[in-house]
Design a binder for this molecule. Structure first.
Ligand SMILES: *Cc1c(COP(=O)(O)O)cnc(C)c1O
Length: 452
């Protein structure tokens, strides 16, 4: 047995992978051994373009010198000490930087290790905020249908992607789920009408139930895991206004959209929205280490600041919170954003790919292409005119990404939506190559399957 076969056998024998039917893995195993720039290499030496930023995380490519160095330098001092009742220099410095780059009313940083935890923290903070202020009836959360906020029990309770969440219903707390302004799948094709209808629905709920609602949670400008659904202009701003009017906290989940992904440092900047709480993770360390944070306003923070005996403390924290290596990586990541003008480049790269993606539109089974910055979803349908989906069991999206893998690019689909989320530092030439592979894989997969 050669070396790579040995590792593959071991991976099948010992591992249980996230969001993976292991029967699929057994058929199509993959072990990554190295990365450099936007390329990943597997143990057989095959190279792939990283078309999904190693699951929406990577910013500057792999083995980025400055981030590698920052971690090595920090390693020589200390790797981890606790943030419970104490702090460290990288966590403090990073907190100052984060407050500096997020919306002005966000003034406090509560660290954790993953997006889901950042969401759990936001939910618990919002809940306890009202309790601490003497409004214990405000307990409920409102979320959008098809929203995704992570996989822990609190996060799935405000999640609404049926295939991930239905099985856990008995475990979850109830939340209100309002319609998302999905422009592709709507009776009306006018984004303005759809926006107004959805805002109207929210206002009705708020006006009836505001005394029991703690917070509204929503992804920033685009639903990620729910299928890359871009909100019509003005919707998020409208939600912010309704939250203010009805005294409801606004939590914006920027886990996927933060750190330049949509062409702004944070997607809320597109509409100048000021959330009360904001969750950040994925791109925060450039895709290197598990750091996340829940940003809070001074108003929220102050509701917890009191004598210990008043029992207003936020009793929550994870062992690795504020990890120095992760914070050092995040600081190096943020420096690179400035030095390499990442945001400005994302804006021009997204214009470039928007033109390039037009060629996919001509394919018989591409129903819709949705894009905000370098966050793209290509929805495959059986019938372009009627928008009829492929039969669920055909797994067209999955098969398309397997074909992409064969052709030298990695991604993961969301049902029949092909995700294209390249590292922000991907060059124009690499973007062009990635789109060409995506096009060929879609063409080969859908046009073969579609033959009666
Ligand atoms: C990925 C994601 C999460 C969960 O983050 P993890 O780090 O995977 O726990 C939460 N919210 C959104 C919008 C996400 O895209």
């Amino acid at each position: 047995m050669n070396e790579s076969t040995k590792w593959i056998e071991k991976s099948k024998k010992y591992l249980w992978l996230p969001f993976t039917q292991m029967k699929d893995y057994d058929e199509d195993p993959l072990i990554i051994s190295e990365g450099e720039g936007v390329y990943l290499t597997d143990i057989n030496g095959k190279k792939y373009l990283d078309g999904y930023s190693s699951l929406w995380l990577n910013v500057h490519g792999h083995r980025k010198f400055e981030i590698d160095e920052a971690i090595i330098e920090q390693l020589k001092k200390i790797s981890h000490s606790t943030l419970l009742g104490a702090t460290n220099i990288p966590a403090t410095e990073l907190a100052e930087k984060l407050v500096g780059i997020t919306p002005t009313n966000l003034t406090r940083v509560f660290y954790s290790d993953s997006g889901a935890e950042a969401v759990e923290i936001a939910l618990k903070l919002a809940f306890q905020y009202w309790r601490n202020l003497g409004h214990p009836k405000k307990q409920k959360f409102v979320t959008t249908k098809n929203g995704y906020h992570g996989d822990t029990v609190g996060a799935i309770s405000v999640g609404a992607v049926d295939i991930f969440h239905t099985v856990y219903h008995p475990l979850m707390f109830d939340s209100y789920k309002v319609s998302f302004p999905n422009v592709y799948r709507n009776e009306s094709s006018d984004p303005e009408t759809i926006k107004n209808e959805c805002l109207h629905e929210v206002e009705q709920l708020f006006s009836e139930k505001n005394e029991e609602i703690a917070a509204f949670i929503i992804e920033g400008m685009i639903q990620g895991a729910g299928g890359m659904n871009v909100m019509p202009k003005g919707y998020l701003k409208g939600i912010e206004e309704l939250c203010k009017k009805y005294n409801i906290l606004l939590i914006v989940d920027e886990v996927a959209t933060g750190f330049g992904r949509t062409g702004k440092m944070f997607s809320v900047e597109h509409e100048n929205v000021q959330p009360d709480l904001m969750t950040i993770a994925k791109g925060i360390t450039g895709g290197y280490l598990p750091i996340a944070a829940t940003m809070a306003s001074e108003k929220v923070y102050n509701a917890f600041y009191a004598d210990y005996s008043e029992l207003k403390t936020f009793f929550h924290g994870h062992s690795y919170t504020g990890n120095q290596l992760g914070c050092a990586a995040a600081l190096a990541n943020l420096e690179l954003f400035e030095k390499e003008e990442i945001i400005k480049n994302v804006q021009s790269k997204s214009e470039y790919i928007s033109e390039q993606l037009q060629s996919l539109n001509k394919l018989e089974h591409v129903g819709d292409i949705r894009q905000l910055g370098l966050m793209v979803g290509v929805e495959l349908v059986k019938n372009k005119d009627t928008k009829e989906p492929f039969p669920w069991g055909d797994r067209i999206g999955y098969k398309t990404t397997l074909k992409m893998r064969e052709l030298g690019m990695l991604s993961r689909p969301l049902g029949d939506v092909i995700v294209f989320m390249p590292p922000l530092a991907t060059t124009y030439k690499e973007l062009e190559q990635m789109i060409a592979i995506m096009k060929q894989a879609i063409k080969e997969t859908t046009e073969v399957i579609a033959i009666p």
